[in-house]
Design a protein around this ligand. Structure first.
Ligand code: ZN
Ligand code: ZN
Ligand code: ZN
Length: 338
């Protein structure tokens, strides 16, 4: 008899249309809920050496204003520049390149150096949500911008260069790979079945419950059935909406609420300020309706068994297929129990 909780199997991600290998028998050793005494963050509320703190100077000598709420500025080391001229070449289909105009911004969540989403007041987090909406609209309205990617890298383990709570917004002329892939899947699903893939998925997860981590009036956090990272989650809007500016005021509050509650669970899991990369997927800003998109966020945290043991995507994962040991269901259970 095949046992889904024990026997090796693969699961399909309908958003990326890729498979993940699940090998739960490799974690037969009992879960020990290990929490190590790691360097608990004792960051000060203000760090005179931090280039994101209010009043401090950044690279190039620009000085931050004495901001008291969220603070947005153009990235001093932007990967994309708005005045990039349009150019493209194609050599026999083998060497293809095109110019990529864009604009990169940084959003400091708070003037306080040592606050994370998990520790912020809901009313302050709501201001961050409002800032995301404003930036999505402002950047998306620019003629050269067709996609606005909002994302946060949290923790040195994920390559975040500064502990000051902030996210980045990279807006580009073209649709990035991940969004392009999801868009194709969402479109094809809609054409074939006449429904929204993520509306259907959210409905299924709400009734199943076994992969659910958090839920409020407007949003749902689940460890997706096809998760690759050990404690990967998706935050999905319960109502069909294609982008963040379609949220009502109550839904903006609900987003702040579920982000706080989800990241607080992460922090409690291994008793550490949990590292992750997270970000939104939503419709492009190319002027089309793109009703096939369904607003959601992905959290990709690297930690596996403790605050110090991380997962690497190497070897088989690089050359063949991503693989995980604990099932999505047992990861969700652990997150629910902290
Ligand atoms: Zn700072
Ligand atoms: Zn939907
Ligand atoms: Zn997505």
């Amino acid at each position: 008899m095949f046992d889904w909780t024990h026997d090796p199997h693969r699961r399909f991600n309908p958003l990326t249309r890729e498979w993940v290998l699940v090998s739960p028998h490799r974690t037969d050793r009992p879960w020990q809920g290990q929490t190590e005494e790691t360097a608990v963050d004792h960051e000060p509320a203000y760090d005179p050496k931090c280039y994101l703190c209010p009043g401090n100077s950044r690279a190039g000598g620009v000085r931050n204003p004495p901001y008291i709420s969220t603070f947005v500025f153009d990235n001093d080391f932007a990967a994309l520049k708005p005045d990039t001229p349009v150019e493209r070449f194609d050599q026999e289909g083998l060497l293809q390149a095109e110019s990529e105009p864009g604009l990169c911004r940084v959003v400091c969540f708070s003037p306080q150096h040592n606050l994370t989403i998990a520790n912020m007041d809901p009313s302050d987090l709501r201001i961050v949500v409002d800032t995301w909406v404003d930036q999505y609209l402002e950047l998306g309205a620019r003629p050269e911008i067709n996609y606005v990617q909002i994302f946060e890298n949290r923790g040195a383990m994920m390559g975040a260069s500064n502990p000051h709570p902030h996210c980045q917004i990279w807006s580009s002329h073209t649709l990035p790979n991940e969004s392009a892939r999801e868009q194709a899947s969402l479109l094809e699903w809609r054409e074939r079945r006449g429904t929204c893939l993520l509306c259907e998925y959210a409905r299924m997860e709400r009734s199943a419950g076994e992969r659910k981590v958090e839920e409020n009036d407007a949003f749902l956090t689940v460890v997706p059935f096809w998760a690759v990272w050990p404690f990967e989650t998706m935050v999905i809007s319960k109502r069909h909406m294609s982008s963040i500016e379609q949220m009502t005021a109550a839904e903006r509050d609900a987003l702040a609420d579920i982000l706080k509650r989800t990241t607080a669970r992460y922090d409690r899991l291994f008793n550490v300020s949990f590292p992750y990369s997270m970000g939104f997927h939503q419709r492009p800003t190319d002027g089309q309706a793109h009703d096939e998109h369904h607003l959601h966020l992905h959290f990709y945290p690297p930690l596996l068994r403790s605050a110090t043991v991380r997962k690497f995507l190497v070897g088989y994962e690089m050359l063949a297929t991503p693989q995980r040991d604990i099932t999505a269901e047992s990861a969700a259970k652990r997150l629910r129990n902290v």
